[in-house]
Design a protein around this ligand. Structure first.
Ligand code: FAD
Length: 347
C-alpha cells in the first residue's frame, strides 16, 4: 500500500447498549434561554421517538430552575438541573465538568448543543475529554433506528457546495452542535409534566482559574437568530443608503435589518446581517424580503419564518413563491408608505 493510502475498515460496531437517550444541553445567559435550545428539544424529540428513548435536557446556571420547567414545556421527558453560584456566568471548565459528569452517569447516546459561541466552546471542550467525535454546525439531523442507532448529522461542506452526512460509528455519545434557526421548537405546552433531577456542581470556585470580571456589550451588534421581526434588503436597494429606509421600517416595527448576500458582498451592510446558506438561518414571526429575488441560498435561511412579505418590482421573482403576501412594485415607493402607516397605527 502506498504511504499516503489509508486502509479504512468498517469494523463491527461495539456494543453500545449501555448508552440510551437523547440529551439536549440548554444554553442560557442571565437566566434567559437561547431559542436554539428549544429548537433542539423539538428536533431531539423526533430523534428520541425514532430511537424509542427519552428526551433529556441539562440546565446549568445560577437560579435557573424556571428554565428546567420551560424545558419540560418544550418537550423534555426528564431534566437534569445543576444550580450553583459557580455557574452564574459561562466558563468552559465548570460547565464542561458538569456535562462530563452527567454524560458519564446517564450515558446518553446522542448529545446536542446549539452552534452558538458558547455551545461551540462547550461541545469542543467536552469532545476533547471524551473518546468521541463532534460534528459542528449541523443543519440536518436524523438517525437510523435500532439496531445501528446512528446519528446522521449533516452540514454544508466544500464551501457550502454540498451536504456531508457525518457518522460516529465507533464511539459514544454521538455529539453535534446545530445551527440556530434551522430546527423548529414544538409549541410550548404548560400542561406537560416531567421529572426534574438536581445534580451536584462538581467544582469549587477556588479550583477555577478564569474569572468573569465584567460584560461589555458590543454596541450596534445584532442577533438575527433571536429576532421576531426582520426587514431584509437585497441588491434591489441599489446601494447602502437605502438600508436607512429599511432601518426606519424595522424601528417602527420593533425589528432588525437583514440582508441578502448580494447586498453584503457589495459592501452595503455587514455580514452579521446576512440571511441564508452562508449567513444566518432565521425563524422570525415576520420577515420582509425587499428587493431580494429569492435565490435558493437565500430562501434556505428564511422559509421557516411565520409570515413572509415580499416586495419586488418583478412579478416573476422566485421570492413570491415563498411569500405569504407579495407586493409588486417599486420598493422606494412602497417601503416609506408602509413605515408611515405603521407609525400612524402605533401613534
Ligand atoms: P438579485 O438576485 O440581484 O435580486 C435583486 C432583486 O431586486 C430582483 O428580483 C429585482 O427584481 C429586485 N429589484 C430591483 N430593483 C427594485 C426596485 N426598485 N423595487 C423592487 N424590487 C427591485 N445569498 C444570500 O442571500 N444568502 C446566502 O447566505 C448566500 N449564500 C450563498 C452561498 C453560495 C455557495 C452561493 C454560490 C451563493 C450564495 N448566495 C447567498 C447568493 C445567491 O445565490 C444570490 O446571488 C443572492 O441571494 C442574490 O441576492 P439578491 O436577491 O439581493 O439579488
Amino acid at each position: 500500500m502506498a504511504a499516503d493510502e489509508v486502509e479504512v475498515q468498517d469494523n463491527e460496531m461495539p456494543d453500545w447498549s449501555a448508552y440510551r437517550g437523547v440529551l439536549i444541553v440548554v444554553e442560557q445567559r442571565e437566566g434567559e434561554a437561547k431559542k436554539v435550545s428549544w429548537q433542539l428539544l423539538g428536533e431531539g424529540k423526533k430523534l428520541a421517538a425514532k430511537l424509542e428513548v427519552p428526551l433529556l435536557a441539562l440546565v446549568m446556571g445560577d437560579k435557573v430552575e424556571h428554565l428546567a420547567q420551560e424545558a419540560i414545556y418544550y418537550g423534555a421527558d426528564k431534566v437534569y438541573l445543576c444550580e450553583s453560584p459557580v455557574l452564574k456566568d459561562y466558563r468552559t471548565r465548570p460547565f464542561s465538568r458538569v456535562c462530563l459528569q452527567l454524560i458519564d452517569k446517564v450515558k446518553p447516546e446522542i448529545v446536542l448543543f446549539g452552534a452558538t459561541g458558547t455551545g461551540r466552546d462547550l461541545a469542543g471542550a467536552i469532545a476533547t475529554h471524551l473518546p468521541t467525535g463532534l460534528t459542528a454546525d449541523t443543519t440536518e439531523l436524523d438517525c437510523e433506528p435500532h439496531p445501528s442507532r446512528l446519528l446522521l448529522a449533516s452540514r454544508p461542506a466544500f464551501s457550502e457546495k454540498m451536504m456531508a452526512t457525518i457518522l460516529c460509528k465507533q464511539y459514544r455519545p454521538q455529539m453535534a452542535t446545530a445551527r440556530a434557526g434551522v430546527f423548529q421548537a414544538q409549541s410550548r405546552d404548560t400542561s406537560l409534566q416531567a421529572e426534574i433531577i438536581r445534580i451536584e456542581n462538581p467544582m469549587k470556585e477556588e479550583e477555577i482559574a478564569a474569572r468573569v470580571l465584567d460584560f461589555i456589550r458590543e454596541t450596534g451588534s445584532i442577533n438575527l437568530e433571536e429576532a421576531d421581526i426582520i426587514v431584509a434588503g437585497g441588491r434591489g436597494l441599489g446601494g447602502p443608503e437605502a438600508f436607512a429606509m429599511l432601518k426606519d421600517l424595522a424601528d417602527a416595527l420593533g425589528g432588525i435589518v437583514g440582508a441578502s448576500r448580494a447586498a453584503v458582498d457589495a459592501g452595503w451592510i455587514k455580514h452579521e446581517h446576512q440571511v441564508g446558506q452562508t449567513g444566518c438561518t432565521v425563524r422570525p414571526k415576520l420577515y420582509f424580503a425587499i428587493g431580494i429575488s429569492g435565490a435558493v441560498q437565500h430562501t434556505v435561511g428564511m422559509t421557516g419564518s411565520d409570515i413572509i412579505i415580499a416586495i419586488n418590482r418583478d412579478e416573476k421573482a422566485p421570492i413570491f413563491q415563498f411569500a405569504h403576501y407579495g407586493m409588486v412594485g417599486d420598493l422606494f415607493k412602497i417601503v416609506p408608505q408602509i413605515t408611515a402607516e405603521v407609525r400612524k397605527k402605533r401613534g
